[in-house]
Design a protein around this ligand. Structure first.
Ligand SMILES: [Fe+2]
Ligand SMILES: [Fe+2]
Length: 294
């Protein structure tokens, strides 16, 4: 991947942000009724799709499960957005705010702030519990905000943004999916395309300047985020919404070949790029494999 000057890229991204940004509080009709018979996500992306547990559910229950699943995935996105906002703010804190790329980092914080509120409102609208990450993940996130700098920050951001992008891009075009999910996804996909551009280019610029220790640290950091995202993407409590024991549902999802394939599919653009940048490779790759992302 070739990159242009950092300030030129940031200038373009800032202009695009002015032209194509949303205010979810206004741009989404939060009072619109949900549509009977539609899904939270495309049915084949449910973590239980194709399992014997899935066979035992009615169509109505399957749809209910996918509503809980879309909110669980959004909650993981929200978890990471709050981490990313902190990392970006620390990045901006140390730099000259007149530089366009620093202004873009601040613009991205503003985007993520609106996204997090949007995901929270969607969960409320669907009447779904708060699928907050489990305590271990919550604490790990606190650590990420402290140690995530340089290549680790941009690689981490890309992992979450590109996995969610693939899932949301497919779902926003699917007529069997609830209009609320589709609109939320459309807003997110549009604004995240800029974040992906920014993070990819920054990673390409910064990697040649890293030393061996920084590269190894970035690899482990990225692998850890990838593992957490893949394993925790669907909170186990979602299965209780259709009468399945969370531990039983989680075990079935982790062993489900369809779900593993969905995870690999969601990372299919991300993985070759990170490999090219030297972020995937070496001993930490085991975590990527265990996460079914490669
Ligand atoms: Fe976002
Ligand atoms: Fe983002």
């Amino acid at each position: 991947m070739s990159v242009e000057d950092r300030e030129a890229t940031a200038g373009r991204l800032l202009r695009s942000s002015l032209d194509h940004s949303y205010e979810p509080a206004i741009d989404i009709d939060w009072d619109a009724p949900l549509v009977d018979g539609l899904w939270g996500i495309p049915r084949h992306r449910s973590s239980l799709y194709g399992t014997t547990l899935w066979d035992g559910l009615s169509e109505e229950q399957r749809r209910t499960l996918t509503i809980h699943e879309v909110c669980a995935v959004a909650r993981m996105g929200l978890w990471f957005e709050i981490i990313l906002m902190q990392m970006l703010l620390r990045y901006a804190y140390d730099r000259d705010p007149r530089r366009l790329h620093v202004q873009y980092a601040l613009t991205e914080v503003a985007d993520e702030c609106r996204h997090s509120i949007m995901f929270a409102k969607m969960t409320e609208r669907y009447g779904v519990p708060d699928y907050a990450p489990r305590p271990r993940t919550h604490q790990l996130g606190r650590l990420f905000t402290t140690i995530g700098t340089g290549p680790a920050m941009f690689a981490g951001a890309l992992i979450v943004e590109e996995v969610l992008d693939q899932l949301q891009r497919e779902s926003m075009r699917d007529a069997t999916v609830q209009p609320l999910t589709r609109m939320v996804n459309k807003i997110h996909v549009t604004e995240e395309a800029r974040h992906v551009r920014y993070a990819r280019e920054e990673l390409v610029r910064v990697m040649p300047k890293t030393n061996r220790v920084q590269r190894i640290a970035a690899r482990w950091f990225a692998a850890r985020i990838a593992y957490v995202i893949a394993r925790e993407l669907v909170h186990p409590d979602v299965y209780a919404s259709v009468g399945i024991d969370p531990a039983v549902g989680r075990r079935a999802a982790l062993a489900n070949p369809h779900w593993r394939e969905s995870l690999r599919w969601s990372a299919r653009k991300l993985v070759p790029f990170l490999r090219e940048q030297g972020i995937i490779g070496g001993p930490s790759e085991i975590l990527w494999r265990k996460a079914h992302l490669v």
